[in-house]
Unconditional design. Sequence first.
Length: 322
Amino acid sequence: MKAKLTSLGAYAPKKVVTNQDMEAMIETSDEWIVKRTGIRERRYTEDDEYVVDICYHAALQMKEKHKLDYEDVDFILVATITSGLSMPSVASQLQHLLGIKRAGSLDLAAACAGFVYGLVTAKGLIATGDYKKILVFGAETISKVLDYSDRTTCVLFGDGAGVAMVEAAEEGNILSTITGTEGEGGPDLYLSSWNNQLNGTHIEANGKLHQTGKRVFKWAVSTATREIERLLEKENITINDVDWFVPHSANQRILDVVCENLGFPLEKTLESLSYFGNTSSATIPLALASAAESGKLKSGDKLALIGFGGGLTYAGTILIWP
């Protein structure tokens, strides 16, 4: 059997944090943020609102919109680096909250590449023949781990959740996939509460997100460009065959340069950055949900997805919109 993404849902917390709000919190300006990042606002969870809560809302939104039944879901995957609990996993909590009687559950820690890693993993599980219906979430509450003394990083991030239903089918729509890791770059983007050593380098174990912006920017641009080209080659298509490009929404300048490198029109690139910020593993499903809601995506459209981030790791796939 092959893997088919059949439906999608998303949820963003109600609390809107504008660039003007950021001006009141740190030394910055709306003009600087928009020029350097493309972000105009982002969403933050409340103090008592966690990844499991926004995943639950995303699942309910998808269930209601697409008239779904979750009782026969047999695996739950949650891509997140901000679970709030080391155990139980967010996936296992969702099994209970969604009333799914019997399902495997697993959290994936692949940061900004997490949602695509979830699709790749779901495709592999379905290929075994043992799984028929899988929920794949990408969700983060990055606002809870921001260091507001780092003014260039804290303005980037927001919270949000997306979820896809992936099912076994005769004709799949999750086509070629790629994954990869360059672990030597780990100290350039990390989140640690205990361990203060990484690759022999001292890191801050303070439970806050740390990013070396310039190095991550350079790596993201070169990696996204190179790996999309490799993905297209693997699928035996060219960039001209792609209807929509869906990269991880990290920073508008990254998207601009990657599109220029690929020779792909920016107006055919989907992003969730402008009004949700960088939501790490949630950026791609949020972008897809927004595009679907606006009517941009049509059945049969060919999409190229690429996630890249902490690890440093990346994952991509060619997806035919259902």
